[in-house]
Write a protein that binds this ligand. Structure first.
Ligand SMILES: [Fe+2]
Length: 440
């Protein structure tokens, strides 16, 4: 390892949130059992009290604040400022609600605030009343750190995963689908919102949809109604016409959230939007390109085997030509990391695929793997946990996966990833990329 990298490692190890021990690959491990779904005792609230507060990026230097009140006449206003209790700015937004069979949601408020300073703590309150919340905006330059965990649910394991993430120093949480596991029981969206509020009100949660967000009923309910009402992402800000796919930029990273459960073939709106979005990426400004989606394309687990093949066939050539560095997926309740790969062949200019559907949901872990392990699969393990991606600069990122070893986070897998820009891959792909962009 060159000196510069050794220096970077030592800095990272000193500031990284790698609380708990580290273990070597292959160490014997007794896997913990699934844990119970959390119970949320009913607590009476004032009808205008802000509940389920969460934040997400909403275009450059702006943040969307979302919360729910029981009271329909509560104002959609956020007051904010950089000193506690001193709200020097305010923004007004909009609200919505939805009905689902016998359930009626509270009033769902969405307010965009900004322009905001980068890497700055803001104090804010919702609807003109306390309590005060606190958020930190992401940095505009490297380093930037993402927490990553999908398939969260709301069990005791979910709580452990969230507690571990809460102990880390990170700028944003990326979630590749399957949030609440409400599965038609709408009040579970509300309990999930309450469970995640401490983290989701403080750092942006950027999500894409999984199958558990669908909740469609044939001829009666269209899919993703509750998800899109509650977890509105910056799709309009990124030129998309659907909350199911969008993109954003943060500190030298272009992040694309794709939809595994909407059309992705070459004639689809999603494909057309993706081509346009990729054509706009400037690798000088954003040397790193990340993608998140729900159903993995490289998966050696028996669970959900082959489910991502259709999307992979349609989109992998485009993502390869554009030079996607890392693709995060969920769905399979386990962890797996690949070598850089394209069309099932190891390729140093290919994408690193990470499956991280191990947030802690009630369905339990996916234990059974195909043997022997495929050549592309570097590390695989069926445990709950979360990942952290610290992008240090335009060339180096440090990825680590922390499993929930009982209640202690244990850093089990870690690797330095070099950007495709630094490997000289982007220039050599330009011709292929232009060819795909010119098609259709
Ligand atoms: Fe799923």
């Amino acid at each position: 390892m060159e000196l510069k990298s050794i220096f970077l490692v030592s800095i990272l190890l000193s500031i990284h949130c790698a609380i708990g021990k580290e273990v070597a690959l292959g160490e014997d491990y007794v896997r913990p059992q699934p844990r119970k779904t959390l119970s949320f005792p009913w607590k009476p609230k004032h009808s205008s009290e802000p509940q389920q507060v969460h934040i997400s990026l909403a275009g450059e230097k702006h943040m969307r604040i979302t919360w729910i009140t029981d009271d329909g006449s509560s104002p959609s206003i956020v007051e904010y400022g950089t000193s506690s209790g001193e709200y020097t700015s305010s923004s007004q937004g909009e609200n919505t609600s939805y009905g689902y069979l016998l359930y009626n949601s509270g009033t769902i408020h969405h307010v965009v605030i900004g322009p905001l300073e980068d890497d700055t703590v803001y104090y804010y309150r919702c609807g003109g009343q306390d309590p005060q919340f606190q958020l930190k905006t992401p940095p505009s330059q490297f380093p930037v750190t993402f927490a990553v965990a999908g398939d969260l649910g709301q069990t005791e394991w979910t709580k452990t995963t969230l507690d571990h993430i809460g102990l880390c120093k990170y700028d944003m949480h990326l979630i590749p689908g399957d949030l609440s596991y409400a599965d038609y029981m709408q009040h579970l969206w509300d309990s999930f919102g309450a469970l995640v509020q401490p983290l989701a009100s403080a750092r942006p949660w950027m999500v894409t949809e999984g199958n558990h967000e669908k909740e469609s009923i044939l001829f009666f309910k269209s899919p993703f109604q509750a998800y899109s009402a509650r977890w509105r992402m910056p799709y309009e800000e990124s030129g998309s016409t659907s909350n199911l796919y969008y993109s954003f930029e943060v500190a030298g990273v272009h992040v694309i959230m794709l939809g595994s459960y909407t059309d992705y073939d070459e004639g689809s709106d999603q494909y057309a939007w993706l081509k346009e979005d990729l054509a706009k990426v400037d690798r000088e400004r954003t040397p790193w390109l990340l993608v998140l989606l729900h159903v993995p394309w490289y998966n050696s687990n028996y669970a959900h085997q082959g489910e991502g093949d259709g999307m992979k066939a349609s989109l992998e050539p485009l993502l390869y030509a554009a030079g996607v560095d890392i693709l995060f997926a969920g769905h399979v309740h386990a962890y797996e990391r690949s070598e850089p790969i394209y069309k099932n062949v190891l390729d140093s200019c290919g994408t690193v695929h990470v499956t991280i559907g191990d947030g802690g949901n009630r369905e339990g872990l996916a234990h059974r793997y195909h043997d022997p392990k495929p050549q592309w699969s570097v590390f695989r393990e069926a445990s709950f946990g979360h990942g952290e991606l610290k992008i240090v600069n335009g060339t180096h990122a440090f990825w680590s996966w922390h499993r929930n070893d009982d209640d202690e986070p244990v850093k089990s897998d870690q690797v330095w990833i070099n950007s495709l820009v630094s490997k000289g891959c982007i220039g050599s792909k330009k011709h292929e990329f232009r060819k795909i962009l010119a098609m259709h």
